[in-house]
Write a protein that binds this ligand. Structure first.
Ligand SMILES: Nc1ncnc2c1ncn2[C@@H]1O[C@H](COP(=O)(O)OP(=O)(O)O)[C@@H](O)[C@H]1O
Ligand SMILES: [Mg+2]
Length: 493
């Protein structure tokens, strides 16, 4: 069992050794049979040749038989049987006379008969037959011994070679197969695929590895198939996305164009509206001054009539409101128009503040203003624009605070700048709104019952910014009113 608990495959080395032994044995057997057959044939032929060579002795033996020299005959037969392999020699005459010499009996033998003849004056005479028997037992013994030697030698060689091959195979091949298989299984595990099922392999380590590799190939094929499908899906999704992006881009472009057209239309209509408003505002000034003139005449001629004075005061207040509105609008237009550059000059801020207060006091119906102005606080700038800014802040202080409450205006010189503060005892401005009040058209809900358009402070900030100054607002809690502080750079002396 291996560490994974699986049955080990039949070892390849053992099979190789077995096959080598079988193959080598068959080959050895064939070669040995051929070799032994040759050996046997050679030795057998040698014995036969030995028998053939006996022909040389025939004349002398025939002579001995012719002369009937028995001792000579016995001697010849003894000599024959003493030769290697020859075990028996016999001479038989036609008259039935027999001489025999036998040394031993053997189980395998070959024999040969030679005719014994003599040439006489009357012709050739048959004297008898020489029969010689040669034993080939020794050949069999020799061949068998050789067989045993060859078989033993080859068996030892075969076993040694087979063992060496098995060892070599184990070192060079089979010992490397299990790690290879584990690597294949690790690859499968990395791919999130199960390893090849147990018990599938019926052969050796190579078969087992082959099973794992085939299993991996199948899994890889599956994985590649799924990848290809996913890729195709992704491509389709991409194409769809592209199409949708193109569609949405076209829609966006269309919407952008529509928005641009709409913005252009709005700008155009705003421009037209502005032109119309500015024209109307300019046109209002004429009739307003006519009404003001007429009101002054009525005031002169109707002097002493209390009821008339009251109506005239109403007319004056309404006119002041109206000219305020028109002025604010025209002032903003003037600031926006690049055709009116800053008309800068050195002037006394205190003097300008006193002038503005006088005018505002008049429009506010002679409401007392507490003015504290330092002399000779000179600044550089467009006195008309600064005057508009000052009027706006004073106007707010007067209109948002109770009619009997004091409004204080102070002008002073501070290090590097002139400072103008307008303080009232009105409702104050909530902390969250102190930045917003400088935005165009912003009006607090707290004061929406007081008329206005929300342009005043916007203009103030723009004018002060243009002059390199600042506007600050303070509004202490508990009805302590509001203080606006405008700071402008001092003019050089
Ligand atoms: N002195 C003040 N006291 C209280 N609230 C003020 C004062 N000055 C300005 N505000 C608030 O700031 C808003 C913006 O002022 P402004 O731009 O001059 O517009 P308008 O005077 O036309 O209302 C006002 O509507 C008001 O709510
Ligand atoms: Mg205002």
């Amino acid at each position: 069992m291996n560490p994974l608990g699986r049955q080990d495959a039949r070892p390849l080395g053992r099979r190789i050794i077995l096959y080598t032994i079988v193959f080598s044995s068959v080959i050895t057997l064939i070669i040995s049979v051929l070799q032994l057959t040759n050996e046997f044939t050679d030795r057998h032929s040698a014995v036969k040749r030995q028998l053939d060579n006996l022909e040389i002795l025939l004349p002398s033996i025939s002579e001995s038989v012719w002369t009937f020299n028995e001792p000579q005959i016995s001697l010849a037969l003894q000599a024959l049987t003493s030769m290697p392999h020859f075990q028996e020699a016999r001479i038989v005459t036609p008259e039935g006379r027999t001489w025999l010499q036998r040394n031993a009996n053997s189980s395998h033998s070959i024999s040969r008969s030679f005719p014994l003849e003599r040439e006489t004056t009357t012709g050739r005479v048959i004297l008898g037959t020489l029969e010689v028997v040669a034993s080939i037992d020794a050949i069999y013994v020799a061949v068998l011994t050789l067989t045993a030697e060859i078989l033993f030698g080859n068996a030892v060689k075969t076993f040694l070679v087979a063992g060496f091959m098995g060892w070599l195979l184990h070192v060079l091949v089979t010992s490397r197969l299990p790690p290879l298989k584990r690597e294949v299984e690790a690859v499968l595990e990395d791919l999130g695929q199960p390893p090849a099922p147990d018990g599938v392999s019926s052969g050796d380590e190579l078969d087992s590895l082959k099973d794992s590799v085939s299993h991996m190939a199948v899994r890889l094929k599956d994985a590649i198939g799924s990848m290809k499908m996913a890729e195709a899906g992704l491509q389709t999704a991409n194409e769809e996305l592209d199409a949708r992006v193109r569609e949405k881009t076209a829609e966006l472009e269309e919407s952008k164009k529509k928005a641009e057209d709409a913005a252009e239309a709005v700008l155009r209509s705003m421009g037209e509206q502005r032109n119309f408003l500015s024209m109307v505002s300019h046109e209002f000034r004429g009739p307003l001054s006519t009404i003001a003139g007429a009101a002054q005449l009525i005031a002169i001629y109707g002097r002493g009539n209390g009821e008339l004075d009251e109506e005239l005061a109403k007319i004056n207040r309404a006119m002041a409101r109206m000219s305020n509105l028109i002025n604010e609008y025209l002032n903003e237009e003037r600031l926006d128009s690049s055709a009116s550059p800053l008309d800068a000059a050195r002037f006394d801020l205190g003097a300008l503040v006193e002038e503005s207060c006088a005018a505002d006091q008049f429009s506010a119906g002679s409401r007392p203003l507490d003015i504290r102005v330092e002399k000779d606080v000179f600044v550089v700038g467009d006195s008309n624009l600064i005057g508009i800014a000052i009027s706006n802040v004073i106007d707010n202080a007067l209109k948002f605070s109770p009619p009997d409450s004091p409004v204080t205006v102070t002008v002073g010189r501070r290090p590097g700048h002139a400072e103008l503060t307008i303080r009232d005892r009105g409702p104050g401005i909530p902390a969250g709104e102190r930045d917003k009040i400088f935005e165009k058209y912003y009006r607090s809900i707290k004061t929406d019952r007081v008329c206005g358009v929300g342009l005043g402070l916007y203009l103030v900030k723009r004018i002060v910014d243009m002059h390199g100054g600042t506007v600050a607002v303070e509004s202490p809690p508990a009805d302590h009113g509001t203080a606006f502080t405008l700071r402008l750079p001092l003019a050089a002396d």
